[in-house]
Design a protein around this ligand. Structure first.
Ligand code: ADP
Ligand code: MG
Length: 255
């Protein structure tokens, strides 16, 4: 294996009480690349991500991150190692401001703990404040930093969640359908923000239904259908692959 493989998923199998969700999945993510995983609903995409971040244990197979086997480690340990995931449904603190939402994961990353120290004075944390503002700037949310998170639009909430991920300085950023439920305008704004962080050379895995997002951002695409990788290649290769059109466009999803 070459040294520039950040994530190596090898022979991963996972069943849920009889349902075979992942079947012998092999996938390699190269450093600095944006690797998209596409496929119809129920294909096993989120399950695969959950295996990578330690939320689910595979029945068989291993996941290696930067040359180290992470299968069996806790979700917290994997996160501390630099694997950051943004969830399919936004997990934000609705009662806090936009800026506070981003300061919390920044503090957690610095202190190595998810438990917020009640004695921390947010307004005294100038470095954390600056980092949080940078992440908001990258997601084009800086002008909204004093807004209550609860009052944001759905698209802004999802970009806020991306900023909360970015502020953790991911070595591997895993995004589960970052534009799900967004309007076309919000989707385009999110593509622009993701393109911007792509230029910084961040390694990303992105699960996405929206073909416009996939084709604008991905260097490589793996297609998952019924728990199996059925095709892999560049966006051009995948676009023209009849197996993909059959499995993906023949699936339950409609744009
Ligand atoms: P995708 O993200 O591609 O839509 P998922 O990984 O969420 O697919 O699901 C793959 C299959 O596994 C689906 O049939 C789903 O119902 C099933 N599944 C996912 N998580 C669980 C679970 N915790 N328990 C039982 N079945 C599950
Ligand atoms: Mg999913």
């Amino acid at each position: 294996m070459t040294t520039d493989i950040v994530l190596n998923i090898a022979y991963v199998d996972k069943s849920f009480s009889g349902l075979h969700a992942l079947k012998d999945v092999n996938l390699q993510v190269e450093k600095g690349k944006t690797h998209a995983i596409i496929g119809p609903n129920g294909a096993g995409k989120s399950t695969l991500l959950n295996v990578c971040i330690g939320r689910l244990a595979p029945d068989r197979g291993t996941v290696t991150f930067n040359g180290e086997v992470i299968t069996g480690k806790s979700a917290h340990e994997i996160n501390q190692a630099g694997v950051v995931r943004v969830f399919q449904t936004p997990e934000i603190f609705h009662d806090l401001t936009v800026l506070e939402n981003v300061m919390i994961p920044a503090l957690a990353t610095r202190d190595g703990s998810f438990k917020l120290n009640p004695f921390v004075r947010m307004d005294a944390e100038t470095d954390i404040l600056r980092e949080a503002e940078q992440a908001l700037e990258e997601m084009n949310l800086l002008e909204k930093k004093h807004m209550h998170a609860a009052t944001m639009s759905r698209g802004d909430k999802r970009r806020l969640e991306l900023a909360m991920g970015l502020v953790q300085h991911p070595q591997l950023f895993l995004l589960d359908e970052p534009t799900a439920g967004m309007s076309r305008a919000d989707t385009n704004a999110t593509i622009a923000s993701l393109q911007h962080i792509k230029e910084r050379g961040m390694t990303k895995v992105i699960i996405e239904h929206d073909m416009q997002v996939v084709f604008s951002l991905a260097d490589k695409i793996s297609v998952l259908a019924q728990g199996q990788i059925i095709a892999e290649g560049t966006p051009d290769e995948i676009r023209g692959d009849p197996r993909v059109q059959e499995a993906y466009l023949g699936g339950t999803h409609h744009e």
